[in-house]
Design a protein. Sequence first.
Length: 301
Amino acid sequence: MTPTRPPRSEDDSDRTALAEDAAAVESAVEQLIEESLAPDTQPAAIVGYGRLRGKVAIVTGASRGLGRAIALDLASAGVHIAFNFLDEGSKSRIEAQSTARELRQLEVRVFCRECDVRNGREVDAFVSAAEAELGGLHILVNNAGIGADRAHWRMTDDEWSAVLRTNVDGTFHTMRAVAPTFRAQEFGKVVNIASVHAERATFGVMNYAASKAAIISMTRTAALELGEHNVNVNAVSPGYIRTTRLTDRVPAEILDRAREHSALGRLGDPQDVANVVLFLCSEAARHITGAVIPVDGGYQL
Ligand code: NDP
């Protein structure tokens, strides 16, 4: 006759259950350690902003506003900066000189010159001089841009073409000028500044909206054309960002409406845009290309 085991006490069953749980945990931990040591699952070292130090960036239109904030952020990460401005009055030059001074305080090399992005030859000369002066070229931020708002039936030819020539031709000229260097060195980052108006209809900005939609389209084409040369091309699409251009030009009631329409209930600051541009220029974003990143507080939701 098979001996029958005496019935277990409650304490015995608790102890057995605990021992079984501990064994299961131990085996799960061992499996995790084994998996994490397998060569094909070893995570690559996280490469981030440190790798930016010593690189050279061109930021167009960095005398003030978004461009200035972007240039300062890149310089804080150790990037040497070339920037241009359009000298249409003594104020522009003074603003550009002041930005250049701030950048130099961050102990990077700075190349600052007047250059009209509407003019392809001027852009070619600016890009060559910047590359020679700063000893390389790795990043391009296409920020220079203008608006000239009016209902389309009142818009003049000049208002239409000034915006298209600055925003679209300007972006084309600089991308074309840096492409040979980026392709040859198999490295480059391009960030184009678009706008929420590219995708969301707004009264009175037909010229501006068309120009920013074109910039998004150009970003995607360039990403496709330059991808095999390890060049990332992305766009940032800001909403209403508190620069003097915005606060001087746009009536307060429109800014209030923009605030109400955004999920976060506020306007952005230049730093909000600069943060994302810095990320896109870094190796932390090396697998992102052809993307359009909104920085609009949820304005387009
Ligand atoms: P600002 O007017 O403050 O700055 C524009 C910069 O572009 C200035 O440095 C200006 O130079 C330069 N610039 C203008 N035309 C030319 C040209 N033909 N050649 C060379 N440089 C030129 O604008 P923001 O900082 O507000 O805007 C910057 C970018 O961000 C623009 O592309 C704009 O469309 C975009 N954006 C801005 C938003 C906002 O709310 N502020 C929202 C969405 C997009 P100078 O000082 O000599 O005139």
